[in-house]
Design a binder for this molecule. Structure first.
Ligand SMILES: NC(=O)c1ccc[n+]([C@@H]2O[C@H](COP(=O)([O-])OP(=O)(O)OC[C@H]3O[C@@H](n4cnc5c(N)ncnc54)[C@H](O)[C@@H]3O)[C@@H](O)[C@H]2O)c1
Length: 267
């Protein structure tokens, strides 16, 4: 089964972590994958891995917070007559700092990647997604990466939570907007719990810093004990959900939220 055969997908932050798993998974489902990331080395390796499996991928060095770079990328797509059916707004960062320790530069960087990056991705790729959506029975698809920290307050990073809460309501608002304007785009979001990626490690490091009596082992185990299923999640488990939201299997879903957190927010 190739549910994404002949579909083109843009994945931001696709060089490593969840974005890498999403890139591999969507390519394996038949999509041609465009990876947008600032990390060229890991991005090229991910592309190589996909090409070695006789699937399609390319890498573009783009900082999602920079409007000029989105503009350039969208013009390139236009010149090359490319269409885009799927956009996964995955690139994101974590600060893990107490509020009084955060500088204005760090705050602006967080906002510019986690929020502005999502706005720009949607702004510049919507015309492509509309065109592609008109040719597809159930329209094209946008998936935003929110977080459990976009549903409940984060104990470790209130500013990260601020950005992810913004994504949560922005996704719902855009679903209403596309629907009311009869634009053929579905937009949904995923809320991962603690996932074993570099960002997952940063969460553990932040817990350690904020609890000086803990060892790094204690901090890692605290993440597990917060999670009813008894372990942390994998990037592949999040990617499976994103594959579902990318495909026509989720044809009647828009403005919805899938929580992939091992029960973290069920408590
Ligand atoms: N790992 C978790 O526990 C977790 C939990 C909830 C939500 N999330 C969300 O999932 C998404 C992916 O997280 P991850 O764990 O894979 O993170 P990660 O740090 O492992 O990978 C993030 C990727 O985004 C890229 N990136 C960072 N800034 C960028 C920029 N300005 N422009 C382009 N690319 C940029 C990085 O180079 C990297 O490839 C993020 O939005 C994150 O907030 C992660």
């Amino acid at each position: 089964m190739m549910p994404l055969l002949n579909k083109n997908a843009v994945i931001t932050g696709g060089s490593k972590g969840i974005g890498k798993s999403v890139s591999l998974s969507l390519a394996n489902a038949g999509a041609k994958v465009f990876i947008l990331d600032i990390d060229e080395i890991n991005g090229s390796n991910t592309v190589k891995q996909i090409l070695n499996q006789k699937e399609k991928a390319s890498f573009y060095k783009i900082d999602v917070s920079q409007e000029k770079e989105w503009d350039k990328f969208s013009k390139k797509l236009e010149n090359e007559n490319e269409s885009i059916d799927i956009l996964v707004n995955n690139a994101g960062i974590w600060l893990g700092k107490e509020i009084n320790d955060v500088s204005m530069e760090e705050y602006q960087r967080l906002i510019s990647i986690n929020l502005t990056g999502v706005f720009l991705g949607i702004k510049y790729l919507t015309p492509f997604l509309i065109d592609a959506g008109k040719k597809s029975k159930y329209g094209s698809s946008i998936i935003n990466l929110s977080s459990v920290a976009g549903l409940v307050g984060s104990q470790l990073d209130p500013l990260y939570s601020m950005t992810k809460g913004g994504i949560t309501t922005f996704t719902k608002s855009m679903a209403i907007y596309f629907g009311k304007k009869k634009l053929p785009i579905r937009i949904n979001q995923v809320h991962p719990g603690i996932i074993e990626t570099e960002m997952g490690d940063q969460v553990s490091d932040a817990r350690l810093k904020q609890n000086p009596n803990m060892t790094s082992e204690d901090s890692y185990l605290a993440g597990i004990s917060q999670t009813p299923i008894g372990r942390l999640g994998t990037a592949e488990e999040v990617a499976k959900t994103i594959l579902f939201l990318s495909s026509d299997e989720s044809s009647f879903m828009t403005g919805s939220s899938l929580v992939v957190d091992g029960g973290l927010t069920a408590q």
